[in-house]
Each structure stands twice: as C-alpha cells, then as structure tokens.
Design a protein around this ligand. Sequence first.
Ligand SMILES: [Zn+2]
Ligand SMILES: [Zn+2]
Ligand SMILES: [Zn+2]
Length: 170
Amino acid sequence: MARRPISADIPETAFPETGHNHGSCETTLLERASRVFETKGMKLTDLRKRVLEEIAASHEALGAYEILARLSNKGPRLAPISVYRAIDALHEAGLVHRLESRNAFFACHAAHAPERDQVILSCEKCGRVAEIGGEEVFAAMRVVVEKAQFEARRIVTEVSGTCASCRVGH
Ligand SMILES: [Zn+2]
Ligand SMILES: [Zn+2]
Ligand SMILES: [Zn+2]
C-alpha cells in the first residue's frame, strides 16, 4: 500500500484566522455539546454549560483555577470541586481537551472521532491551541515504544511554537 504523505490531511493552518467569526465556533460547539450529552444520557447542566462557554470563549487554554476565577467574577462564588467536576465531564465528553504541558483545558472545535490520535499545537505568542490528526506520528511512536518492550497506555504529543498569524510581518 502506498504511504500517504504526512501532510495529506493536515490543513494549511490548523489555527483559525485572527478576526474570524468566533461566535460561530462557540455556537457550533455548544450545539455539539447538547447532542453529545444527550447521546450519553447525561445533562448539559447549567454549570457544565457555563464552564464550556468560558473555555470556548477563545482558542486559548485555561487552567482549572482560571476558569473558576472567571466564573466567580461573574456571579456567586462556586465550590471549586463542582467546577472541577464540570470540567471533567466536558473533558470526558471530548468537548474540551487537556493541554498536558500547561495543565490547562482548551475547547475542541474540530468535531473529530473521540479516539483520534492528536498532535496538539500550542502558540507561545498568542496562546492559542489547535489540534491536528497525527496518525502517522503515533504509529511511529508505537513502533519505537514496542521495540523497547514497553506497553504504551497513552501517548501525548504537544508542540509549542508560533502559529502562522503570529509569524506574519515578523
Ligand atoms: Zn474561533
Ligand atoms: Zn478535539
Ligand atoms: Zn499565535
């Protein structure tokens, strides 16, 4: 079988253009959230929705504490544990992902299969995070890991650097 070139399904830039209509990113994600929770027989509770809205407000990653602080600024104080549980539920539902290197969460705007092998790109300048399919990268990782007679449970690939928008004019 002919090998697909690595760049075959990677878009020109995984990051949306600055100044894009982010409102539509948010609406799409919230609609997806209602569907996902309904399918799971779970509720998109008011708190889960508010937490998701907070994370989805940008393409940046937010720490759990930051999410809690932002929500508390807008209304009555919330118990940290309930906010952390809401984040967990959203994370499990695949609506937000964890940026492991910063222990922060970012919204999934890419409606991909839940088990897709992901390469996470994190821009050091604008703080935005994007995800791309990394099938070939993970396949290569598994080969290397198996050679070492190690059984992989989870592979994390995160790349930090500069997105195309941030490189313009530099
Ligand atoms: Zn957007
Ligand atoms: Zn995603
Ligand atoms: Zn950037």
